[in-house]
Design a protein around this ligand. Sequence first.
Ligand code: NAD
Ligand code: MLT
Length: 312
Amino acid sequence: MIRVLVSDPISEQGLGKLLEADDIQVDIKPGLPEEELCNIIGEFDALLVRSQTKVTAKMLEHATRLRVIGRAGVGVDNIDVPAATQHGIVVINAPDGNTISTAEHTFAMMMAMARKIPQAYASIQRGEWDRKTFVGVELNNKVLGIIGLGRIGAEVAKRAQAFGMTVLAYDPFLSPQRADSLNVKQCTVDEIVQQADFITVHTPLIKETKYLIAEREFGMMKDGVRILNCARGGIIKEEALIQALKSGKVAGAALDVFEEEPIAKDHPLKDFPNVVLTPHLGASTEEAQINVAIDVAEEIIKVLRDEPFKNA
Ligand code: NAD
Ligand code: MLT
């Protein structure tokens, strides 16, 4: 019998094909500590994770039977991919299923920040009726800078244009033809930080993108710029953002991801009235969670049955 371990909460509706296969036994055990995972991982042929499980080199030392790790989502930064490769374990992800959800979340964050909706709601909850404090700004006629114009960045661009925004974009792999077809102006990062009213990042967190937006870039921005990160903590340097919020350079920030997750109870970003925070909810819709589970389950079955599959 082929054995699959699901170690994070993943949509069971989406896992249907795995659960229905006669030759596959699926154990669903979310939330196990690393020690316990190390103890049991040797019994499994496949491991399916979202982002909570950290697949470490230490765990992989015990994974004597493991052939494939499936990530129900895009980023594989919670998996030690070089260690997996060393052990001959394939790592696959589900890059398409949560694109729309994350683009919509980015847009929801942009609007919530621009119109101070969470702050106004909190004020109403406190029994107030304050119409002066929560004056916002329009998106119409504003310049949006998108850094990373892949799947999510492109969907954000389309939504921004529908709201009357001009879109500037930087992506090292963006061709002029693709920029034209998306109706975005191709720019450098420096041009974007100098010209944009809103800046959003949609890159992976890799060596080249760590602290892509830091003190130097904040220094070049327009006064009153608004910043979004629904990609990965650490693309924007939190310490530099905090200084830019304190100085008033940045008028608002909307963040779904953080350098350390979950964030500390006394994290300084929680103290700013013009910062909107969500706990890594970009992909948290019913649709996206089913989509990514279906995609990753299909690919895992292919690997386990020695059929051609898509790699991360
Ligand atoms: P994608 O691979 O389609 O797009 C990423 C883009 O970044 C690519 O076009 C790539 O060329 C570009 N890029 C690479 N290096 C760059 C650099 N140095 N500067 C600028 N651009 C660069 O990925 P995606 O599906 O659009 O996901 C984007 C990010 O969003 C990833 O970090 C992913 O993990 C994250 N994500 C977060 C959530 C969430 O819940 N908040 C959900 C899904 C994805
Ligand atoms: C991703 O990279 O797909 C996201 O972090 C979504 C998630 O699994 O929460």
